[in-house]
Design a protein around this ligand. Structure first.
Ligand code: SUO
Ligand code: CP
Length: 312
């Protein structure tokens, strides 16, 4: 594999899940594979899990990770083509990506959307500029429209915890005070489309996600109906997609409660705001598998890095 930028880079999710589980059983089996190889992690946004689990994955493979908070610490990077750079940006992505490529064998990038410029976000300006101007493979650590390391993690976690061949998985929107990206929901939907699951998405009317992502995925605007007989309830807030990046609904009735999820397992990518997205009673119960889910971030990242290293 060259780059890992979206769920579309997964050729066979069933095989990938088996491979990730094998890495989890023996995480140090490929300690020689990444020897003397450097992974550069570039963060334009905050992170706890991605930052640590991707480094952990690299270390398990014998790689040397180096990390930079690009926003704030680096020079402001210009992404526009032909821009007269007399504003706040000091160097162009053409130089920045070419330079970093000389220090790193693989570059991983986190760059959230603007949530104000839909066209720019959907063009994946930052991620695609790295793909275009870097001379080494690029890994998406959450971009404007996708979080494929998270969604691979989620697929592995569902496979581990499922009690039946074809579990029912529900993606439910939940309220939040801030405008959040669509990336986690987008990639989760794309991963579930590749899995053998009964899948339904529930959210308030008007909060429909991109039709390109949804394709013919089932939507039910009635959360109670959607959650019926669920085995996994995956919860995520996202801002309005049509009224782009706006928070047009904060209805607390969409919060996930113990009563609502019943016997289902609760999943969330984290960080999660307690008693806004989900009540304490869920997170503090055995229904919640968010900690085990976050653990799998390491093995999802390790599998992706292993596949790229093998093709270097
Ligand atoms: N990487 C996992 C989620 C990252 C981001 N969440 C956030 O920004 C939450 C921030 C807050 O709760 O203030 C998102 O939704 O895409
Ligand atoms: N789930 C996730 O990506 O967490 P971080 O934002 O903390 O990396």
């Amino acid at each position: 594999m060259k780059h890992y930028t979206s769920i579309k880079d997964i050729d066979d999710i069933t095989i990938w899940i088996q491979e990730a589980k094998a890495l989890k059983r023996n995480p140090l089996n490929y300690k020689e594979l990444g020897k003397n190889k450097t992974l550069g992690l570039l963060f334009f946004n905050s992170s706890l899990r991605t930052r640590l689990s991707t480094q952990k994955a690299a270390l398990n493979l014998g790689m040397d990770p180096i990390v930079m908070n690009v926003s704030g610490d680096a020079w402001g990077i210009e992404f526009g083509d032909g821009t007269i750079m007399n504003g706040n940006t000091a160097e162009h992505i053409k130089e920045a990506a070419a330079v970093v490529s000389q220090y790193c064998d693989i570059i991983a990038v986190r760059a959230f959307p603007t949530l104000t410029d839909k066209e720019k976000d959907e063009s994946e300006q930052v991620l695609n500029a790295f793909v275009k101007y870097a001379s080494v493979p690029i890994v998406n650590m959450e971009s404007a429209t996708g979080h494929p390391l998270q969604a691979l993690t989620d697929a592995i976690t569902i496979s581990e915890f499922k009690q039946k061949d074809k579990p029912k998985v529900v993606l439910s929107w939940a309220p939040h005070i801030k405008a959040l990206p669509h990336a986690v929901a987008n990639s989760f939907i794309q991963a579930m489309q590749k899995m053998d699951v009964e899948f339904v998405v529930t959210h308030p009317e008007g909060y429909d996600l991109s039709p390109d992502i949804m394709s013919n995925t089932k939507v039910n605007y009635n959360q109670t109906e959607a959650l019926k007989d669920a085995d996994f309830v995956y919860v995520k807030n996202w801002s309005n997609y049509k009224d782009y990046g706006k928070v047009t609904n904060t209805d607390p009735n969409w919060m996930i409660t113990k009563e609502k999820i019943g016997d289902a397992k609760f999943m969330h990518c984290l960080p999660v705001r307690r008693n806004l997205i989900v009540e304490d009673a869920v997170l503090d119960s055995d229904s919640s598998i968010v900690i085990q889910q976050a653990n799998n971030r390491t093995y999802a990242a390790q599998l992706v890095l292993k596949k790229i290293l093998e093709d270097l």
